[in-house]
Design a protein around this ligand. Sequence first.
Ligand code: GDP
Length: 139
Amino acid sequence: MSAERTFSIIKPDAVAAGQAGQILAMIQEAGFKILAMRMTRLTEAQAREFYGVHSARPFFGGLVKFMTEGPIVVMALERENAIKGLREVMGATNPANAAEGTVRKRFAADIERNCIHGSDAPETAGQELRFFFSGADLL
Ligand code: GDP
């Protein structure tokens, strides 16, 4: 099997709580190579666009507010089976349902403030990587 790329965000809750290093360690221990990474902040417009698929959901306003409340760490990651593999490292969206040893089980407060994002499919991974990184970042 060949290497696959995925996109991840350490969300504002985890950055503010000083958990970014531990989450990064969990990602690296799961065999991911970090192709590109930076700390940044989302504008409201960026958050609305990034989570546009959820714009009709009742939690959309709260999600945009949360994702813009402080710095985030964005990452381009590579591994075999990266998309599925990262979602295993993350755990279920609701930390109450997340498996032991996952990022969300260890660190997340609730279904919204859940510490980490990971792309859910090859198409979205490509879109999300291009949203945050230039081609030169990903050589
Ligand atoms: P993910 O792929 O596991 O991150 O989950 P989704 O793509 O379904 O949702 C995107 C993000 O929206 C989640 O990571 C949460 O931060 C938030 N979210 C999802 N579902 C809910 C919900 O039912 N209530 C609230 N408040 N936030 C949610």
